[in-house]
Design a protein around this ligand. Structure first.
Ligand code: MRU
Length: 348
């Protein structure tokens, strides 16, 4: 069953409202940039690659009817919109990479007419969208080979169709193996506090016909000890030049547990999730979210309102705990600065 997470539809950005899943499959049509900004902030649209696509479409939304009389004005609008969208969420670098890409395209075309520049911006935003569809399938193909018949596969958060245009990074690997006819078991960590694993990953995997079991995050160690995890796949929000990887909170603890239990853990992420300007994970900006997300569960208050709360949305897994990074250009293994540089040499 096709999942179209984000799409440009008749002059607006159509997104699945992920805050309503799995109970309702409903779309939001963003017709202006503040609506998109809010959809990103409240996680109606989420997941690093999907945020990159949203950034491209956001710039397109800003310029499409903008009454610019000269191109300089239009470029200013692009820069202002990029600065605004950059304040929505801080960790997923795909958002910033695409905003920079749109600004670069605008600057490279500063001598064309405003209407021509609008067309160029549209082409670029649609390229970003198409690239996501292509790279997810390439990563799925190379990662899918790592899953063997009968394996138990663990994943965290949602790095699936709902985190990309329509296929997924980590879950793309599972989809590829499933499409090849391999039968395996998937385990989804529920991913407190916002339950992307329970609400989104479980929904997606079951829809795809994959044998799926949901666990609370604190059950992963017991599952590993019982020999019920053979391999782990996770997505990424930002990967530093040395391979340190920011992903959903809880990924680091899985990586530590995996090392103790000698289970391979792979990160699945495209080039657009790398931040080669950051030497290591220490300086990756980590989003801190509202304490209400931790104080309650499914809309019900579970803790006293006056307790202090620690609520980082992401953590950083050290490169040395990651078995390999599956990218559209191949697998980086072992994960270190020189192997990353080698794989992306023509891009840097
Ligand atoms: O807070 P979220 O739901 O946007 O966090 C998403 C994740 O951590 C994903 O694992 C990551 O963005 C990779 S998605 C392909």
């Amino acid at each position: 069953m096709k999942t179209e997470t984000i799409k440009w539809v008749k002059g607006s950005i159509r997104i699945i409202d992920q805050t309503l899943l799995p109970h309702k499959l409903k779309y939001i049509y963003c017709k202006d940039v503040p609506t998109l900004w809010k959809a990103i902030r409240v996680l109606s649209v989420r997941g690093a690659p999907a945020l990159g696509v949203a950034a491209g479409f956001g710039i397109l939304l800003a310029v499409k009817d903008y009454p610019a009389t000269d191109t300089r004005q239009l470029i200013k609008k692009i820069y202002d919109t990029a600065n605004y969208l950059a304040t929505s969420r801080p960790t997923a670098v795909n958002l910033f990479n695409v905003l920079d890409r749109m600004k670069r395209v605008a600057m490279a075309n500063c001598r064309v007419s405003p209407s021509r520049l609008k067309r160029i911006i549209k082409e670029e935003a649609l390229h970003v969208y198409e690239e996501d569809r292509t790279v997810c399938r390439l990563m799925g193909k190379s990662g899918g080979k790592l899953i063997k018949k009968g394996d138990n596969v663990l994943t965290v958060c949602n790095a699936g169709a709902l985190a990309t245009v329509d296929y997924g990074t980590a879950l793309g690997v599972l989809y590829n193996a499933h499409e090849k006819g391999k039968r395996f078991k998937a385990y989804a960590c529920e991913t407190r506090p916002l339950l992307q694993g329970a609400r989104l990953t479980a929904w997606e995997l079951i829809r795809a016909g994959i044998d799926t079991t949901l666990i609370c995050d604190n059950m992963a160690a017991a599952l590993m000890k019982q020999g019920k995890v053979d391999i782990i796949f996770a997505g990424a929000d930002r990967i530093a030049a040395n391979g340190d990887t920011a992903n959903k909170i809880g990924t680091y603890s899985l990586a530590v547990l995996a090392r103790y239990h000698r289970i391979p853990l792979y990160v699945v992420a495209p080039y657009s999730t790398f931040d080669l300007a950051i030497p290591n994970g220490n300086t990756i900006p980590i989003e801190q979210r509202d304490k209400q997300e931790v104080l309650g569960f499914a809309g019900q208050r579970t803790a006293p309102g006056n307790v202090k709360v620690f609520n980082p949305a992401f953590d950083v897994t050290d490169a040395k705990l990651i078995t390999g990074i599956i990218t559209e250009l191949g697998i980086i293994q072992p994960v270190n600065r020189s192997n990353i540089k080698k794989l992306f040499k023509h891009k840097t």
